[in-house]
Design a protein around this ligand. Structure first.
Ligand SMILES: NC(=O)c1ccc[n+]([C@@H]2O[C@H](COP(=O)([O-])OP(=O)(O)OC[C@H]3O[C@@H](n4cnc5c(N)ncnc54)[C@H](O)[C@@H]3O)[C@@H](O)[C@H]2O)c1
Length: 273
């Protein structure tokens, strides 16, 4: 159902890889709510070709950009403003990648060259995107930027490895840049801390099946789906949440506030017998 929450708004969506991607579902929901979009992803992801299906569905151009390349980002924003015929109202940063996890390196044996790349792609990229928008004066007043994160930034989930540190940095950049952009242009910047979700990036975490089932049992409402995350992002891009900024917002069915559930205790009791 559409409420026309984003009628007349223009947004850039980073990170739609395939139908499972949180960014993919968010693009579809933003389109339903009346937004005009530009889609972007790394050139290597674009070569898979999947994104063209989404582009057709939401009637959006696809502009390639590696989030760690400032020339790519500048071109992306310039071309987007040309396409929209004006400035941008919202941005979804839905980008994450761990080189150490991909190469099977455990947390205590990190390759620091890989770690730097992980931080750059998964966290500093948000600073790069915001700085590009800032320098080009590309965002309208009351613009809204959302980046996706995970609760491993606050608590230890051992197999999330260096991505926990990357997410902590991402959340910090959200607060720091949120301060400056709020003062300059009333732009708001938040992170959404999403439940574990079956996507390409999510499934890269070791033991993901156990992990997602545990989270489901530890959340009074159950795990939040990618589609529900898309709904939440729409509200944050809308004018109904104008005074929310510099926050890490949990979208996790109550997981972050739950110490233990009866279901988990009963499973432990069974295991102890
Ligand atoms: N899936 C989960 O369990 C979960 C939970 C909480 C938060 N998140 C976060 O949600 C976001 C989206 O992930 P997803 O789960 O939809 O998985 P996904 O694999 O569909 O999306 C990750 C995206 O990052 C893009 N990307 C990687 N390197 C890039 C680069 N150099 N330049 C541009 N784009 C690049 C990929 O192409 C891909 O589209 C990530 O930040 C992820 O950490 C995911």
């Amino acid at each position: 159902m559409s409420y026309n929450l984003l009628k007349g708004k223009k947004g850039i969506i980073f990170g739609a890889l395939d139908e499972k991607s949180i960014a993919w579902k968010t693009a579809l929901r933003c389109h339903e709510e009346g937004a005009q979009l530009v889609l972007t992803n790394a050139p290597v992801a674009l070569r898979m070709g999947e994104i063209n299906k989404l582009a057709d569905a939401v009637k959006a151009p696809v502009i390639g950009a590696d989030v760690v390349n400032m020339d790519d980002l500048k071109k992306l924003f310039e071309e987007s403003m040309k396409h929209f015929g004006g400035k941008i109202d919202f941005i979804l940063h839905s980008v994450g990648m761990s080189l150490n996890m991909r190469k099977g390196k455990p947390y205590t044996e990190l390759d620091y060259g890989f770690t730097q790349k992980t931080f750059d792609i998964s966290a500093i990229s948000l600073h790069r995107v915001l700085r590009t928008a800032w320098e080009l004066d590309a965002l309208n007043e009351w613009g809204s930027v959302v980046a996706l994160t995970y609760i491993a930034a606050q608590r230890v989930f051992p197999d999330y490895s260096e991505m926990a540190d990357a997410k902590a940095l991402l959340e910090s950049i959200t607060r720091s840049f949120g301060y400056h952009y709020g003062i300059k242009n009333k732009v708001r910047i938040n992170t959404v801390s999403q439940s574990p979700t079956r996507t390409t990036a999510g499934s890269g975490v070791k033991g993901f099946d156990g992990f997602i089932t545990y989270a489901e049992k530890m959340s009074p409402l159950g795990n939040a789906s990618a589609g529900e995350c898309a709904d939440y992002c729409v509200t944050l891009f809308s004018d109904l949440t104008k005074m929310v900024t510099m926050q890490n917002l949990f979208h996790d069915g109550g997981f972050s506030s739950t110490g233990v559930t009866v279901e988990v205790i009963e499973a432990m009791e069974k295991a102890a017998q």
